[in-house]
Design a protein around this ligand. Structure first.
Ligand code: ATP
Length: 242
């Protein structure tokens, strides 16, 4: 991890129409670092991600990306500036091969297929199972492998910030660990990762920074190695500010 800040969210407020869901959320993501965003169901994690990616309007506070305030920059421009978002329950194209799925992920870069071949090779180095199965339809892969493919697709756009919403959803515990290990390995590429998770222990184990939100407010934030299980439990069930 470096000191370079990729994303800085300060006192974010957002919601749906008149419904205020996120009232005061702050977090930081550094280059080569993983920030995990935790919180109970309905706490406002996905809504926070939607504001960061421009899908929801920010009604208060600041979102700064690569040092610049994003204001009303529309979602596609954020993608163009290197923000990749793998939404919760992201599905891959089942009938297409693994390689075709990856190539589709690279389309937003505007590069031709031949130029994308190098990027595909890089994904195979990060996720060897995808290389082994490159010619098979995505439907032939397990849930965990499909999740890796969804992440691989997002990486094809060469993002500076990768946002992952619950990649562990619906996966068996042993597969969750594998997906987390792969996400951890991505740090070496130097990108910043913002990870929303329900798998608390597995995600905190790979995180550099942790942020817990409750009812749309940050109730705990700090370096992952300074946050104890007790702190997390208090933040989840006590809701005390830190
Ligand atoms: N499209 C929407 N319109 C209105 N309210 C919404 C919408 N999407 C979510 N909400 C509400 O916003 C609140 C926060 O939802 P959000 O999905 O951000 O929570 P979350 O922390 O990501 O939860 P989960 O872990 O269950 O995904 C919930 O009360 C939810 O009902």
């Amino acid at each position: 991890m470096t000191d370079e800040i990729v994303l800085e969210v300060e006192h974010l407020q957002t919601g749906y129409g008149d419904l205020k869901v996120v009232r005061d959320v702050s977090l930081t993501v550094r280059a080569g670092g993983i920030t995990v965003l935790l919180g109970r169901n309905g706490a406002g994690k996905t809504t926070t991600l939607r504001a960061i990616t421009g899908l929801n309007r920010t009604t208060g506070g600041d979102v700064r990306y690569l040092g610049e305030p994003l204001g009303d920059v529309p979602p596609h421009r954020r993608v163009g500036r290197g923000m990749s978002y793998v939404q919760e329950g992201k599905r891959v194209f089942h009938e297409l091969t693994i390689e075709q799925n990856l190539l589709l992920g690279g389309l937003s870069t505007g590069k031709r297929k031949r130029a994308l071949a190098g990027s595909v090779q890089e994904i195979y180095e990060l996720f060897p199972i995808l290389g082994d199965k490159r010619s098979l339809p995505a439907a032939s892969m397990s849930g965990g492998q499909q999740q890796m493919l969804a992440i691989g697709q997002a990486l094809m756009a060469k993002p500076k910030l990768l946002i992952l919403d619950e990649p562990s959803q619906g996966l068996a515990p042993v597969i969750v660990k594998e997906v987390m290990e792969r996400v951890h390995a991505l740090k070496a590429t130097g990108i910043g990762i913002l990870l929303v998770e329900q798998a608390v222990q597995d995600s905190v184990a790979i995180a550099d920074d942790v942020s817990v939100i409750e009812m749309g407010r940050t109730v705990l934030a700090g370096a992952a190695d300074s946050v104890t299980l007790d702190d997390l439990q208090r933040a989840y069930f006590g809701g005390t500010a830190a």
